[in-house]
Design a protein around this ligand. Structure first.
Ligand code: MSP
Length: 597
C-alpha cells in the first residue's frame, strides 16, 4: 500500500512491550476440545442450511462521507446477494455503519456536534448513497443501536467467562486512523507534509502514536494453531488465493495477545466493558460483532451464522482473517464460510484521500453515469487481486462501448420495426439453422452458440469466486460475437418476399433475441435496471428471469421455446444513452466534433 509521506524506513528504536498481569487463566483441555469441534463445524460442507446465504459488507466508518471505494465494497456484496437470489437462495445481506471509537469521537468534536447526531448524519449519507445505487441490503446496522450493544456485551462476557480475556497493560504503537495496535516491526519513520519527523504504520502509512495504558487483553496467541488448522482445512476460506497466502504467512509469524479495551478516560464513545465502567471495548471487537448482531445473536442465529460470507477490502484483512476467527473460536461459534477480499481504487496511482484532494464522489458520478453505469464500471474494471486506477475517461469509454453501443445496439437491431415490423419474438427455422452444420448458418455461428450456451456456467464460476470482472468480460465477448453474427448475415439485405429469406431473417432475430435473453438474465446482479428494461422489452416476465429458467435456444434441440411468437414488450427507449464527456469535450473541441461526425 502506498503512503502519503515522503520517506518511510523501518524503525529499530520502536519498542513494543506487553506486560501481562499476574492473572493467567489456562486454556484448558476442555476448551481445546470445544474449539476443535467448532473448527469441524466451520468446514464448508457441514452444518449449513443449503437454501440460506448470508453476505456482509464491512461496516463503514462515519468520520467522513462515503467515497467510491466504499461503494465498491457494497456493490460487490449486492451483486453476490442478487446472484444468490436468482439461484433461488434465501439470502440475507447486511451493511451499515461503524460508529464508535476515537476517530469518530474526534471527528464529531471537530464538527462541533454531539457524537450521536454526527454519526446519524453521516450514516444517513451512506444509506442515501446505497439506496440511490440500488444496494438491496436486507439489514442496515449501526453499532450505536441497542440490539448491537446487547450482542457485544454478551460476546464479551462469553470470552471473559472462558478465561480468554485478562487484565493487563499495553505499551506500544497505536494508529487512530486505522484503530489498530502495531508491533515495532510494523512501524517506520516518516516525514509529514510540514517536515516533521513522525512514526507511521508501514502498512497503511497512517501516523501512529505511543500509548501506554491499563486495559484488557485477549489471548490471541493461544489460537495460532487452530487458525492454521482452519485455513489448511479450508483452502477456499479466503479468496482470491493470494490473500489466503498472506494470512498463512501472518500466522507463521509472532501472534501476540491483543488489547481489546481502551481506558474510558481516553475513549468515551464506545460500549463500556461489562463490569468495568473505567474501560471501553476496543472498536474492532465491537465492530466485528455486527455480523453476529444481524444474524440474531445472542438469540437464535444459526440459520444465518452457519452460512456467513464477508466482503472486505485488503486493508482490513487481518481484522477479519485473524482476529475475528480467533474471537469466534474463543466464543465457540462457527467461522465464516468465505472471506472475499478486494483490492483498492486509486486515483492517479494514489490512494484516495481528503488531503490529496483526489476523492471521487460516488453520488455525483452515479448521477453522471447513471446508477447502473456506475455499478457496471466498478465491477467490470475492479480487479480483486490488484488495485485499479480510476479516471472519468475510462468510465465514459467503457460504458459507451459496452452498454450503449454493443448491448444497446444489439437490442436495437433485433427490435427495430424495420427488421421486426410485427414486434414479436420471431420463429426459429431448423432448416435454416440445423443443429449440425448446414443450412445458411456458418461455422462461426455455431461457435457463437457454443459460447453462449456455456456462458451461465462460466459466469457462475466467476460470480462465485468474486471475479465479477471476468464474468462481465465473458458476457461482453459473447455480446460482441452476437453482433458479429447479425453483421455477418446482414438481415436488412434479405429479400423478404422470398419465404426462405423471411424464415432465415426470423431465425437470425430469434437467435439474437435468445442471446439477449441470456445476457439480460445473467446481468441482473450487476445492472438490475438495464436488465429489467432489456428483459421487459423482450417480453420476458418477472417469474421467467431466474437462472433455472435460462434454457438457451431450445428450438435448436427440437424443443419448444415458450417465447416464440410472443408479442415483444413495449419500447421504452434506448437501453443505455451514450454519455458525453463534457470535460474532455471542452478541452478537445476539435477532436469531439470529428468524433461525432
Ligand atoms: N469500519 C471498518 C470496517 C469494520 S467491519 C467490521 C472500516 N471502514 S472503512 O470505512 O474504512 O472501510 C470500509 C471498506 O471500504 C473496506 O472494505 C475498505 O477496504 C473499503 N475501501 C476504503 N477505501 C477504498 C478504496 N480506495 N478502494 C476500494 N475499497 C476501499 O475499515
Amino acid at each position: 500500500m502506498r503512503t502519503p509521506f515522503l520517506l518511510v524506513t523501518r524503525s529499530c528504536k520502536a519498542i513494543h512491550r506487553l506486560q501481562q498481569s499476574a492473572f493467567v487463566s489456562p486454556v484448558s483441555a476442555l476448551y481445546r476440545h470445544q474449539t476443535n469441534s467448532v473448527l469441524r463445524n466451520s468446514s464448508t460442507v457441514s452444518c449449513k442450511d443449503d437454501r440460506s446465504y448470508y453476505i456482509t459488507t464491512p461496516i463503514f466508518y462515519v468520520n467522513a462521507s462515503p467515497h467510491l471505494g466504499h461503494l465498491y465494497s457494497a456493490v460487490i456484496a449486492d451483486c453476490l446477494h442478487r446472484y444468490k437470489l436468482l439461484q433461488g437462495f434465501n439470502s440475507k445481506f447486511a451493511t451499515g455503519t461503524d460508529e464508535h471509537g476515537l476517530k469518530i469521537q474526534q471527528a464529531a468534536a471537530a464538527a462541533g456536534k454531539d457524537p450521536l447526531t454526527f454519526c446519524t448524519d453521516v450514516s444517513e449519507r451512506f444509506k442515501h448513497l446505497f439506496n440511490r445505487c440500488n444496494i438491496s441490503y436486507t439489514d442496515y446496522i449501526r453499532t450505536t443501536e441497542q440490539r448491537h450493544h446487547q450482542a457485544v456485551k454478551h460476546f464479551w462476557s462469553v470470552l471473559w467467562n472462558k478465561g480468554l480475556i485478562y487484565k493487563g497493560s499495553y505499551e506500544g504503537w497505536y494508529s487512530t486512523q486505522d484503530e489498530s495496535f502495531l508491533t515495532a516491526l510494523q512501524v517506520g519513520d516518516a516525514v509529514d507534509s510540514s517536515g516533521n519527523e513522525i512514526k507511521v504504520s508501514l502498512e497503511s502509512g497512517h501516523k501512529v502514536e505511543w500509548m501506554k495504558e491499563e486495559n484488557y487483553m485477549f489471548r490471541l496467541s493461544a489460537f495460532r494453531s487452530q487458525l492454521l488448522d482452519w485455513l489448511k482445512g479450508n483452502p477456499r476460506a479466503i479468496q482470491p488465493e493470494m490473500f489466503y497466502q498472506v494470512v498463512l504467512k501472518w500466522l507463521q509469524e509472532d501472534l501476540p495477545d491483543l488489547s481489546v479495551s481502551r481506558q474510558r478516560s481516553r475513549l468515551q464513545w464506545g460500549i463500556p466493558v461489562p463490569g468495568d465502567a473505567e474501560q471501553t471495548i476496543y472498536v474492532w471487537l465491537d465492530a466485528l460483532v455486527n455480523y453476529l448482531t444481524v444474524a440474531g445473536y445472542p438469540d437464535i442465529h444459526n440459520q444465518w451464522w452457519n452460512v456467513a460470507h464477508h466482503i472486505v477490502g485488503k486493508d482490513i484483512l487481518k481484522f477479519h482473517a485473524v482476529y475475528w476467527p480467533a474471537f469466534l473460536l474463543g466464543a465457540g461459534l462457527p467461522l465464516p464460510q468465505t472471506i472475499y477480499v478486494h483490492s483498492h481504487w486509486t486515483v492517479g496511482g494514489k490512494k484516495m484521500s481528503k488531503s490529496l484532494g483526489n476523492v471521487v464522489d460516488p453520488l455525483e458520478r452515479s448521477k453522471q453515469f447513471t446508477t447502473d453505469g456506475m455499478r457496471y464500471f466498478l465491477l467490470r474494471q475492479g480487479v480483486p487481486d490488484s488495485d485499479s486506477d480510476y479516471t472519468d475517461d475510462k468510465a465514459f469509454k467503457l460504458l459507451n462501448a459496452e452498454l450503449a453501443d454493443s448491448l444497446g445496439g444489439l437490442l436495437n437491431r433485433c427490435t427495430a420495426p424495420a427488421l421486426n415490423p410485427a414486434q414479436v419474438y420471431t420463429a426459429f427455422c431448423p432448416q435454416s439453422f440445423p443443429s449440425e452444420q448446414g443450412g445458411r448458418a456458418v461455422g462461426e455461428d455455431y461457435h457463437m452458440l457454443e459460447a453462449v450456451k456455456n456462458l451461465p456456467a462460466v459466469v457462475e464460476q466467476h460470480y462465485e469466486s468474486m471475479h465479477v470482472y471476468k464474468a462481465l468480460e465473458a458476457i461482453s465477448a459473447c455480446v460482441r460475437q452476437t453482433n458479429g453474427f447479425v453483421q455477418r448475415h446482414a438481415p436488412w439485405k434479405l429479400e423478404r418476399i422470398d419465404i426462405t429469406d423471411q424464415r432465415w431473417l426470423d431465425t437470425i432475430i430469434h437467435v439474437s433475441l435468445e442471446c439477449l435473453r441470456m445476457y439480460g438474465t445473467l446481468l441482473q446482479p450487476v445492472v438490475p435496471e438495464i436488465s429489467d428494461k432489456l428483459l421487459s422489452r423482450l417480453g420476458v416476465q418477472p417469474d421467467e428471469r431466474g437462472l433455472a429458467d435460462v434454457n438457451f435456444l431450445p428450438k435448436i434441440r427440437g424443443m419448444d421455446c415458450p417465447f416464440e411468437g410472443r408479442v415483444l414488450g413495449s419500447d421504452t427507449g434506448v437501453l443505455f444513452t451514450r454519455l458525453e464527456n463534457l470535460d474532455r469535450d471542452k478541452q478537445n473541441p476539435k477532436k469531439t466534433k470529428k468524433a461525432k461526425k
